[in-house]
Design a protein around this ligand. Structure first.
Ligand SMILES: [Fe+2]
Ligand SMILES: [Fe+2]
Length: 222
């Protein structure tokens, strides 16, 4: 099947390593998962032939598909919680601390990420509530196998994920695509390194929920 005609979330789910290609070309595979690859490429102005070439190389490698497509949902939930939910509770306070320092010390620099600290504080608060909602309301239903009761809860969580996608875009704007200026101090470099990790983690987290966990809950016959 023509890759360009497939939803980007499906490609991210089915081809191991595809998410790295999407990061490379700046394509949103998590919140925009239901859009066709061709539409995403056009929106971003990316080079379609190069991107498809990169994906084709991964297909030719023939690595087995990620097990999350078939693993028990309870295992996937446990993985999301252990690998992703706990990380923001450590990662974001440190990024907020670094950001406050950079904004204070480099306030006069033209590349200073003005407003970043406030933005990260807002994300920390909202993500915290979102994850708590998943942990208290959604995940226990999945763990107990009560999947039909989980279905109505999903819509709001997907909307919130879209909001995080927009918030990540705002980070890119504030930080000039998360690129520190020439000769940036260690704190500034550490902040942007951490922000890039935060972005990759959050996109992968949302991808696992939107395109695998929620899709399986919606489509598998429970
Ligand atoms: Fe989550
Ligand atoms: Fe979530």
């Amino acid at each position: 099947m023509d890759l360009l005609e497939q939803p980007i979330g499906k490609i991210a789910r089915d081809i191991p390593g595809a998410t790295s290609v999407f990061h490379k070309y700046g394509l949103d595979f998590c919140c925009g998962g239901s859009k066709k690859l061709s539409v995403m490429i056009e929106d971003k102005g990316a080079n379609a032939s190069l991107l498809v070439f990169d994906l084709q190389k991964l297909i030719d490698l023939g690595e087995p598909s990620l097990s999350w497509n078939v693993a028990p949902l309870s295992d996937l939930v446990a993985y999301i919680k252990d690998r992703y939910h706990s990380i923001y509770r450590e990662q974001l306070p440190e990024l907020i601390r670094l950001s406050a320092r950079v904004e204070k010390v480099h306030a006069d620099h033209p590349a200073c990420p003005t407003g970043l600290t406030e933005h990260l504080e807002k994300m920390y608060e909202e993500l915290g509530l979102h994850m708590l909602d998943e942990e208290k309301n959604l995940f226990p239903l999945i763990m107990a196998g009560e999947i039909s009761k989980a279905r109505p809860i999903i819509e709001q969580l997907v909307d919130e994920h879209e909001n995080y996608g927009r918030q990540l875009e705002a980070i890119e704007e504030i930080t000039h695509n998360i690129s520190a200026p020439e000769g940036a101090c260690n704190t500034w470099s550490a902040l942007y390194l951490g922000l890039r990790t935060f972005k990759v983690d959050l996109m992968q987290h949302i991808h696992l929920e939107n395109n695998i966990l929620f899709d399986r809950i919606k489509t598998e016959g429970f």
